[in-house]
Design a protein around this ligand. Structure first.
Ligand code: NI
Length: 170
């Protein structure tokens, strides 16, 4: 947080299935797995393109979090499917050691493309919807603290109550 590249509007990907795109995605996958995140957006590694990756296996450390299929999502478009907003804890690999309670749409429809240019379309809810909203915010230069309403529920994970450790960082 503080690197100006995190606050820029990322550009759409114009060409699919290119060596450059595959190399970017491989770099993002390695970074996400090394840092044990549930997702990553290209601007987090300094690349201003509209590419996010996310995925989360059932994990004994977070028994309440639903699994999410591993997905590469390019040029995403998000649409809420209801007015329901819910707050839950989030972290971010770009803000290590911090957690905040962030309002997000509960029900979400998203579209985009895979690395080969094939369309992706899903309707999701809960943790899956939250992760996608968090990652896609990175493409518009938005970090989760910008969405927090109650700043008493934002802080260092070591200082917050244990409920703030419920969810993995992105
Ligand atoms: Ni993040």
């Amino acid at each position: 947080m503080g690197d100006p590249r995190l606050f820029e509007l990322a550009r759409p990907v114009g060409a699919f299935n290119t060596p450059e795109l595959h190399a970017l995605i491989a770099d993002m996958e390695e970074t996400m797995h090394r840092l044990d995140g549930a997702g990553l957006a290209a601007p987090q590694i300094g690349v201003g393109l509209r590419v996010v990756i996310f995925g989360f296996d059932d994990n004994s450390r977070y028994p309440d979090a639903d699994s999410i299929p591993y997905t590469v999502l390019i040029n995403p478009v998000l649409t809420p499917l209801s007015e329901v907003v819910e707050e839950d804890w989030e972290g971010c690999l770009s803000l290590p050691g911090l957690r905040g309670s962030v309002p997000r749409w509960r029900h979400l429809h998203y579209v985009g493309f895979d690395p080969l240019g094939q369309p992706i379309e899903r309707s999701v809810e809960g943790f899956h919807a939250r992760v996608v909203q968090h990652e896609c915010d990175h493409l518009d230069g938005i970090l989760y603290p910008m969405r927090i309403k109650d700043f008493t529920r934002f802080g260092f994970v070591d200082a917050l109550s244990s409920e703030a450790d419920d969810l993995p960082a992105d």
